[in-house]
Design a protein around this ligand. Structure first.
Ligand SMILES: *Cc1c(COP(=O)(O)O)cnc(C)c1O
Length: 401
């Protein structure tokens, strides 16, 4: 028996709820203060993001990884829905992989590129740089196009390198470079890569589910994303949507046991959604709920519209307050935006951050090496009215102005 007493005062409700539990016939009545499980602030970050209460509540149950309820009823459903979200073209399949998004990138690079092959990495930010680091760690031959952090790659550049080095077999690029918020020209680059019959790997971590894209139409062979970005799940696993005929060539290529993308896929295919090693069951269940909520919102197009309008409200409000965007507007994605830090001597990011956090908003430091900036994301369970409230909170937190 469990009795929940909610204390009347608004102030007390902020702190928590008093729960009186009759434990069993011989123990005394226990009283405990439960933490308020609603979010106290919005995460305006590159991930993990603010999730809905219903997504978080989906985790309040334990699951057996051996049961059909979990494997067929949750994992297989997710795998199918992911493929549907990614493309209308036949021949694609999906694999889920434990770990943060980087683990899925590493699993893909490490499983897909054969020993005698060569990878071209397009690098215009921290996540492109990371793909190069992965290739280095795994001893994979590679060439990096170094663009710095504020330049967009061009398809002509990629074409030139592919035409001058025939040993390159695979190309990897980030879709939305979360370092700055820049959207890379995926259609044009894929065109160049596929017309030369190379394998295309796209890190669409921070854009998949938030920006419409049919990977089959572009001929993308492997696309990587994770649970805690635009699908608005909680962190714990990543996933890869793959052209099945290409994935099938990858048996025995992996450079790591736990990150063997092919073997993970084979296990899921043969055993109806069974993961090879312990799966993050609660995260997976929450993701299933998050996919339902994406559908309820109206799918990727509707979510894109929400994010895009969030971003426009953010930029218009910030510019009115005197902030300047790092990138030209033509390069912006609707995912995250970088702003130059104010030049005033009194300005200190940590202090600004704390003032905003007190008002219910968490922003993020910049990651650009040669410019002092900070970032504000607008993905997650964040809505237009939140962005308007944020602008008011920022105005009230400009202690240096
Ligand atoms: C978030 C993100 C990743 C993965 O980061 P993790 O911290 O490993 O989850 C990779 N690439 C891009 C573009 C990202 O935005």
């Amino acid at each position: 028996m469990k009795l929940l007493l909610i204390v009347g005062s608004g102030d007390l409700q902020q702190f928590g709820k008093i729960v009186i539990v009759r434990r069993n016939w011989y123990s005394p009545i226990g009283i405990k203060i439960m933490e308020n499980l609603d979010n106290q602030y919005l995460l305006l970050t590159p991930g993990p993001l603010s999730t809905s209460r219903t997504v978080r509540e989906a985790m309040l149950k334990d699951w057996c990884t051996w049961d059909d309820e979990y494997n067929k009823g949750i994992v297989e459903v997710i795998r199918e829905q992911l493929v549907e979200l990614a493309t209308g073209v036949e021949g694609y399949t999906s694999v889920l992989m434990q770990g943060s998004g980087t683990a899925s990138v590493e699993a893909t690079i490490g499983t897909v590129v054969p020993a005698n092959a060569k990878l071209l990495v397009v690098n215009n930010g921290a996540y492109g740089e990371r793909i190069g680091q992965i290739a280095h760690y795994l001893n994979i031959a590679h060439t990096i196009i170094e663009l710095g952090e504020v330049a967009q790659p061009s398809a002509e550049q990629v074409a030139e390198i592919l035409d001058s080095d025939a040993s390159i077999t695979h190309v990897a690029m980030v879709h939305c470079e979360t370092t700055t918020g820049m959207l890379n020209p995926v259609e044009a680059v894929c065109d160049v890569v596929k017309s030369r019959n190379k394998i295309m790997i796209l890190d669409a971590m921070s854009s998949f589910g938030g920006i419409p894209l049919d990977i089959g139409k572009l001929g993308i062979d492997f696309m990587i994303s994770s649970a805690n970005k635009c699908i608005q799940g909680v962190p714990g696993f990543g996933f890869v949507i793959a052209k099945q005929t290409e994935l099938e060539k990858c048996a025995g290529r992996a450079r790591s046991l736990s990150l063997d993308l092919y073997d993970q896929w084979l296990c899921m295919e043969k055993n109806h959604g069974k993961w090879r090693f312990t799966s993050p069951t609660h995260t997976v269940r929450a993701f299933h709920q998050a996919l339902q909520e994406l559908q309820d919102e109206g799918g990727v197009e509707a979510r894109y519209q929400r994010y895009a309008s969030n971003q426009l409200i953010l930029v218009a409000g910030m510019e009115k307050l005197g902030f300047k965007c790092l990138l030209d507007k033509s390069l912006h994605s609707p995912i995250i935006t970088s702003f130059y830090s104010p030049e005033a001597d009194e300005y200190d990011f940590k202090k600004f951050y704390n003032l905003l956090k007190e008002k219910g908003f968490v922003i993020y430091p910049g990651k650009v090496s040669n410019a002092d900036c900070f970032r504000i994301g607008n993905i997650g369970d964040v809505h237009n009215e939140d962005m308007h409230r944020l602008i008011d909170a920022i105005e009230a937190s400009m202690y240096w102005a």
